[in-house]
Ligand binder design. Sequence first.
Ligand SMILES: Cc1ncc(COP(=O)(O)O)c(C=O)c1O
Length: 392
Amino acid sequence: MSGRDDFATRCVHGAGAPDAHTGAVVPPISLASTFAQDGVGRDRGYEYSRSGNPTRDALQECLASLEGGTRALAFASGLAAEDTLLRTVCRPGDHVVIPDDAYGGTYRLFAKVAQRWGLEWSAASVADPDAVAAAIRPRTRLIWTESPTNPLLGIADLAALADVAHSHGALLVVDNTFASPYLQQPLALGADVVVHSTTKYLGGHSDVVGGALVVSDPGLAEELAFHQNAMGAVAGPFDAWLTLRGIRTLGVRMERHCDNAERVAEFLTRHPAVTRVLYPGLPDHPGHKTAAAQMRRFGGMVSFQVAGGEPAAVAVCNRARLFTLAESLGGVESLIEHPGRMTHASAAGSPLEVPGDLVRLSVGIETVDDLLADLDQALAAVADPGTARVPR
Ligand SMILES: Cc1ncc(COP(=O)(O)O)c(C=O)c1O
């Protein structure tokens, strides 16, 4: 972060000034699917809501500002954003380097959908720029990364990966979902495209699904905007409005997520039933220094491995009470899940398969002592396997 830090102001005011006619301090939800034109070829900036919608525009402007890009585009989901990006920049026969640790649905998009249309991929550890460089082929078009990665919380050196990509004529794509723009702004580190599942920290309340692409290059922005309209997977106005409402509190929520996650990670490192804690804020995390250099803080996601293998990990998930057993992340409420059987089940048998003894937490903004007490009682399942089959 350089210069004066006005991020929180941009969160609150990013949706624009109060309504010019009524003074309403929040933007209206423009539900119209079509807009009256003053004459053939003479519209007032809007024609048809797939092509352009005022509420979606307000969200897009806000996202571009938060990520420091020239333009943002909002989609119906994170995967819709990813699909639009792939079909805009890649052609059959092109190749993409993907992380060997990434969201299972992203892997599924590459392996089960895009591959059938001729897009080749190979997986590499994004924590190791040399491994990524070694995976590059003559037709590599994109290096795709997450940082922190989902679910193993690996850290990629984004500036180093941008150098690798650009020296091979490829683009660096960063899925910034886990960090949010409050903690990390990849475009400033050299990335070409930022991807978001706005479903997560940006929305922040587990009540809306959405996605976004943010770019610096105006030419790429034009191409993506063309495909956003031509392919049609746009964010609806009500979804855009809910996401904007969530963004207003992004800064304060992220601070609290980070406070609580730090305490949870620290608690887990001392627990006898836990064999390994994966959190970039811990000084012994292999990516700690890089994370400290490129992130404001270390985020709200914590993963850990338990003694007793997969049955113990499943038992911990089943026993948690305040941590709700659910997929997704980034909302105000704490969630717990078993990635191997839930979010990352589609990566089984692939280079992205996750360990069976892994538990992933999305640490919410509740009173932290209540969260620690819940984890303590849930981890008793590992200490006492007789309780492991207690149903929820
Ligand atoms: C890191 C990451 N990227 C992308 C996605 C896909 O987003 P969506 O579920 O909004 O399609 C997810 C969903 O969990 C995710 O965790």
